[in-house]
Design a protein. Sequence first.
Length: 325
Amino acid sequence: MVDLPLSALEVSVVEDGATPADALRNFRTVAGELDRLGYDRLWFAEHHHSPAIGAFPPVLLAAHTAATTARTRVGSGGVLAPNHAPLTVAEQFATLAALHPGRVDLGIGRGPGTFHEPTARALRRGADPATDEEYRGDVAAILGFLDKVGLGELPEPWLLASSDAGAALAAALGLPVAFAHHIRPDNTVTALERYRDAFRPSRWCPEPRVLVCVETVCADTEEEAAALAGPMDAIKAGLLNGRAETPFPTPAAAAAHPLGGRDREAVAAFAAHQARGTREAVGARLARIAEDTGADELMLVTPVFDPAARVRSFALVADLRTNGT
């Protein structure tokens, strides 16, 4: 049984041979089903210049989803502070919160959202990557501008983290933290312990609050889940070896080019920290992650192109909340 709130992170996968427009159509289908299935939040990640992930601004996807769904909270997971003027971020999300009261989250992150250096520099208008001090200043400025926009209703702010430093900043600012277990699972437990130990209450959050994001691929059989996860494994193997991002392969293409021994071991070690397999296996794994991390909420990222398979995965996990394992 998974007895925590469940949410979803949308990364808008663009499969090899498909187009970003196809990814947008898929996202609209999945968003509606997540609302129907009772998922608490649907967040959108900021990416740029990727052959595998669509470059869709989170605030626009959040606005569209809020207007076309009934209850699910929407937001950024995250909007990347160094890429944007703090006042602009505050204006956009305060406006969205005023239009959809009680349904908007503002997840703030740090990374550039791209592995392509010219794109990263273009986003920063030629500036170098933000320092720790600059990033902290950007986050503080966004929070400060939210009130000054003067719309009354405010989004719920979260800080995204995948390291001790990010968790420490969330603690210092008194923000709930969304930890990217799906990116750096080895850091999760230690970083969250430090977050709780160092947390300072604020107007935004009176006590530590933790959301853990887990890569989750659930299917009716172990074999189907492995096939659906195969394309993302191929992408991960490339990144682990320092290769640039490649188009997101189809399951058939990934199966036709199995990973070599070292890559297979590295990807398997990573996957062991995530949740894959049948409903029962995924339920047990999510329950263990929740116990180990002390998470208050779980967010699932399901990097599968086929919308029917993604919805099926989300539906199987949602069923755990009502019917158990």
